[in-house]
Design a protein around this ligand. Structure first.
Ligand code: FAD
Length: 448
């Protein structure tokens, strides 16, 4: 049994690799266990990441091999009438997730972390109610234990470690079915001649990113971008599972029928993303959750990479301090929890409240909101920055006048905005020190 590690990181996605690199660079002994044979395997989709996130999180910028071309133009398409709205250039950078994850894994290794692949973590090693390591399946199939005073669960939605933690921490639950979106993003080859004919016939546009919302009902997106010169099409489908809602795979089949010039996959993958607010607390004794495992995702559109990197940065600072002070309990790790929840977590909570409202809207409602200009390019842009909608009095009046014919929808949206503000403010007042009573009181006063 290994006993010399300071930190065990379970899961080598963006959160785990960034965390391992940062903590190892301080001289700590860090072991990262990844279930796949190499980091990034199974994660080969394009992610659009807030362009400011790399610097904010203090992580390397994606190398040239990870960067993807930015669309020259993007339009939002309403689901029923097909009305197009020109979008403001996106504040995000498209990158190939798997290549960037491998870059982060190299950074972690170069910083001194040990990465062992082909190791599936099964759960925490508990000493009483303290996480003291993990149990994992080794490359030869045997079950092993490995100890460390601090364990970080970065295994994404599966939460392989957190599920086995004491229930009093509130981290052992499944994410509700209701709070999950399933997505798939493929880049595929084209039959270029046939695709060019389709462009001439007006069936599809070249070098225009088409962002369809609520196309497959409720919370769903269908986004594609075709580049004839480069000979590829990039397609993203995301949908919250529900009655009558096709899976992304089924929606892909429909797109292949609609656009028969789409050929074989160059790269791409799919998976499930949690779209709820973060857990009430992100730490336990000897334990932290980071990234999708902590539900650190913008619930309105399922983007989690920037939050995972920012959380890894905050967690690394807390872990380094805890290791220096040799204190690993919940109170010692609280600073990470407080700084995330009261900052970025508050913004995610804001978008969670808006998402709950969007869940209740039909495709027809969304269509009317777009057609009337109540849901406009600036709203999409705010969500990607991300920042709370703050349109200012001029735009508010304009929206009100435009929205007069869809007044109930407008009021519903305004009410959801107020609820979102309330939840965001509640997160901003997250307890700064660990106290079970203060945490309980904070949870009991959650407005949503
Ligand atoms: C199709 C799709 C498109 C997306 N598009 C965007 C986007 O445009 N922008 C954006 O910001 N986000 C996007 N996301 C979400 C984003 O990919 C995630 O939020 C982000 O990857 C979370 O990082 P993570 O490190 O927390 O978890 P993950 O990326 O899920 O990494 C978890 C890692 O843990 C490993 N693991 C799992 N179980 C175990 C175990 N038991 N033992 C050991 N290792 C384990 C996995 O193999 C994986 O390497 C998208 C997701 C999908 C599915």
């Amino acid at each position: 049994m290994d006993v010399n590690w300071d930190l065990i990181v379970a899961g080598g996605g963006p959160a785990g690799c960034a965390l391992a690199a940062k903590v190892a660079s301080t001289g700590a002994r860090v072991l990262l266990l990844e279930k796949e044979d190499e980091p990034g395997r199974g994660l080969s989709w394009i992610v659009d990441v807030e362009s400011t996130a790399f610097e904010a999180a203090g992580v390397p910028f994606p190398g040239d091999d990870a960067c993807r071309p930015e669309p020259e133009r993007a339009v939002l398409v309403s689901p029923v009438s097909g009305r197009e709205v020109d979008l403001i250039p996106s504040p995000t950078t498209p990158i190939r997730n798997d290549i960037y994850v491998r870059q982060l894994a190299r950074w972690a290794r170069d910083s001194g972390a040990e990465i062992r692949t082909g190791r599936g973590v099964r759960g925490p090693l508990l000493e009483g109610d303290v996480v003291a390591g993990v149990n994992f399946t080794d490359a030869d199939g045997t079950n092993r234990n490995v100890s460390a005073p601090i364990v970080a669960d970065c295994t994404g939605l599966v939460g392989a470690v957190r599920h086995g933690t004491p229930s009093a921490w509130g981290l052992n639950m499944d994410v509700d079915f209701f709070d999950i979106v399933v997505a798939r993003r493929d880049v595929r080859r084209l039959d270029v001649e046939a695709a060019a004919r389709a462009v001439q016939e007006g069936l599809i546009e070249n070098r225009v990113q088409v962002q369809g919302v609520s196309v497959h009902g409720g919370y769903s997106v269908e986004i594609y971008y075709m580049d004839l010169d480069q000979g590829y099409i990039d397609i993203l489908i995301g949908a919250k599972p529900g009655p009558g809602i096709p899976t992304p795979d089924a929606s892909f089949e429909k797109i292949f029928k609609r656009f028969p010039f789409i050929g074989e996959k160059i790269f791409g993958d799919g998976g499930a993303i949690p779209i709820r607010r973060t857990w009430d607390s992100l730490v336990g004794d000897g334990f932290l959750v980071v990234g999708d495992s902590a539900c650190q995702v913008i619930p309105m559109h399922g983007s989690g990479t920037a939050s995972a990197l920012i959380a890894a940065d905050l967690a690394s600072k807390t872990i380094s301090r805890a290791l220096a002070e040799k204190r690993y309990d919940r109170a010692a790790l609280w600073d990470y929890c407080y700084s995330f929840q009261s900052g970025r977590g508050a913004l995610l909570a804001y978008y969670y409240a808006l998402r709950l409202h969007a869940d209740d809207m039909t495709s027809e409602d969304i269509d009317r909101m777009i057609r009337r200009g109540v849901l406009a390019a600036e709203d999409v842009h705010s969500g990607l920055v991300p920042e709370p909608f703050d349109p200012g009095p001029g735009i508010l009046v304009k929206k009100f006048l435009k929205g007069i014919l869809v007044l109930p929808l407008l009021f519903g949206f305004a009410k959801a905005g107020l609820r979102a503000e309330k939840l965001m403010k509640h997160y901003q007042r997250y307890p700064a020190r660990y106290s079970p009573e203060e945490l309980r009181s904070w949870v009991s006063r959650l407005p949503v």
